[in-house]
Design a protein around this ligand. Structure first.
Ligand SMILES: *Cc1c(COP(=O)(O)O)cnc(C)c1O
Length: 390
């Protein structure tokens, strides 16, 4: 990425000069890398500021393209806020928004989906991998059901790249969102896959201007970010199998170590297929926020890092049947590419010790200072004075 901040900082839209053309070539190479990582054509990829924007574009863009036709959208019950909130805004505009229920392990209820679909549905939006409990959705089955009613399928795959194989052709997705920083790439960059190419997109753009990105998403391109996303996507897919295998072993070891000392601990989503690096643990009787504030250099979180400061329990945990109290007793631990066995056993024993200490306090103190609430979100980091990536 570095040369594209300074030495090669030309605007890729400036095709009149050589530097602009070089920047455009770098963007094109990254488009190829992103496309290859999900089995798409380069012309089917547009760059955005992240999966939040991609999800908004897919949902709001498909809704405006269909505004005089179908008026119904179906969304999974444990979608990310960047899918949920655009759906709420469609509800306010008079669209019919329905939530597809999930089972206790987080998997989409395919029978419910089949019953809910009708010829008025323009879009079904279902994520590939959940960001809180790691559950993998049966995207190709969801696609098949959606297409049978003539609806498009959008898949939020922000958590999937590098964790499960994504093949847009095999899956049948019409729209698919990716995020740079969820696969060790930079923040503030993402992409949207559009089946058949952006030019024939079944979408209306939501950011209007100079017509960049095949006229679907205007704005000067973030060249360093795009180059970073391209590299991250290539590495993510290249290392996916070996990473998942190794990280899965670390996760299982972490959970074994915790559960052997805290037998009341429960693993959320663990009966479904879930990605290797995720561990969502409910620790009955323990206030998760108090626990996390006392974990020191072990960084983990409660619900989604993206809904920081939320007072409500996670809608994901509620949707899989956890009570309010159980949701407030749930921690989400991420294990990543740079973690070692030592990290994992350190984190598990620190977690266990802290839980034991908290269990001895009869009523949790209600007067913590605000700074104690500030916890890291577990961003992948190679050299962390900020703590180990756990
Ligand atoms: C992080 C995340 C997003 C949002 O991605 P940004 O690039 O941070 O905007 C969307 N969906 C899921 C499942 C995520 O985990």
């Amino acid at each position: 990425m570095l040369p594209y901040f300074y030495e090669k900082c030309a605007n890729p839209a400036s095709s009149m000069h050589a530097d602009g053309r070089k920047a455009a070539e770098a963007v094109q190479a990254a488009r190829q890398q992103v496309a290859a990582s999900i089995g798409a054509e380069p012309s089917e990829i547009i760059f955005t500021s992240g999966a939040t924007e991609s999800n908004n574009l897919a949902i709001l863009g498909a809704a405006s393209a269909s505004s005089c036709g179908r008026r119904r959208i179906l969304a999974g019950a444990i979608e990310h806020k960047s899918v949920v909130v655009p759906c709420w805004s469609l509800l306010k505009q008079g669209f019919d928004v329905e939530i597809i229920p999930v089972a206790d392990d987080g998997r989409i209820d395919l029978n419910a989906l089949t019953d809910m679909l009708d010829e008025n549905t323009f879009l079904v939006t279902v994520q590939a991998v959940n960001n809180e409990i790691g559950t993998i959705q049966p995207v190709s089955e969801v696609c098949e059901i959606a297409h049978a009613s003539g609806a498009l399928l959008h898949c939020d795959a922000a958590q999937a790249l590098g964790r499960i194989g994504i093949h847009v052709g095999d899956w049948g997705a019409d729209l698919l969102s990716l995020s740079g920083h969820k696969c060790y790439g930079p923040k503030g960059i993402g992409s949207l896959y559009i089946r058949g190419g952006a030019r024939r997109a079944p979408l209306q753009s939501i950011v209007h201007g100079g017509g960049q990105e095949f006229d679907v998403r205007s704005g000067t391109l973030n060249v360093p970010g795009i180059v970073g996303l391209g590299a991250a996507a290539e590495f993510a897919e290249r290392d996916r199998r070996s990473d998942s295998e190794r990280i899965g072993r670390l996760r299982d070891r972490f959970e074994r170590q915790v559960i052997s000392s805290i037998p009341t601990a429960r693993r959320n989503g663990a009966t479904a297929a879930r990605v290797a690096g995720n561990s969502s643990l409910t620790l009955p009787g323990i206030e998760a926020e108090a626990l996390i504030a006392r974990l020191g250099d072990v960084h983990c979180s409660t619900g989604a890092a993206c809904t920081a400061g939320a007072l409500e329990p996670s809608h994901v945990l509620s949707a899989i049947g956890l009570t309010r109290a159980e949701a407030y007793s749930t921690v989400r631990v991420g294990i990543g590419r740079f973690n070692t066995e030592d990290d994992v056993s350190y984190a598990a024993s620190r977690l266990v010790r802290t839980v034991e200490r908290l269990s001895r306090i009869p009523t949790p103190a209600k007067t913590r200072s605000p700074s104690e609430h500030a916890v890291g979100q577990g961003t992948p980091t190679r050299h962390g004075t900020a703590g180990r990536e756990i």
